[in-house]
Design a protein around this ligand. Sequence first.
Ligand SMILES: [Zn+2]
Ligand SMILES: [Zn+2]
Length: 205
Amino acid sequence: MSAAGDRPAEGGRRPGRGRPARRGQPFSLNVRPLRSRPGTRRQVYLEGQLPGMFVSSARVADDATVRFDGYVESTLGGVTVAGEVTAPWTGVCRRCLEPAEGEVVAEVRELCRDPGEAAWEEDEPYPVGHDELDLQPIVRDACILELPLAPLCSDGCLGLCPTCGANRNRDECSCDVPTDTRWSALAGLGSEAAEPSEPTEQEAE
Ligand SMILES: [Zn+2]
Ligand SMILES: [Zn+2]
């Protein structure tokens, strides 16, 4: 039932460059039997690689396995896709700058309509053909939305010492750093920023 999952796309490492071979599209599904009988549902498990997914410092590695586990249900004029998308991510901890990792878990539920149907609107992002449904855009969007914008190696990461740069998760430095340093620094910034800047007069030549 895993369809093309054991044939990950090769040569598709650069997004937007070239079109991977059809047989190498792990998230492509033949929906012809399903669409011929509206109201029917089919369990679907797909896995493969989707290169080029990243947000700030967090990314899904190009060779990581991305999974969709859910179902596709035939409706009048299209199909509904619902399930869970999972993928491992790696990144850089925003506090200590060490490697961070985790798992993207995204619930998806999308109505994919046939561009040939009257109900179709021009801006729908996930069209379904009569024979084929490519879940890749749905899976990709779900992953990118769930990637952490500010990754942490752990919720309790202590970060770097602002004075000597020691990683406080590993090293205990002897710097005298009061815990509210950030606030006094901010207060200082605030008073400076509050001073109005002199408008400079520009002479026209
Ligand atoms: Zn950290
Ligand atoms: Zn220190």
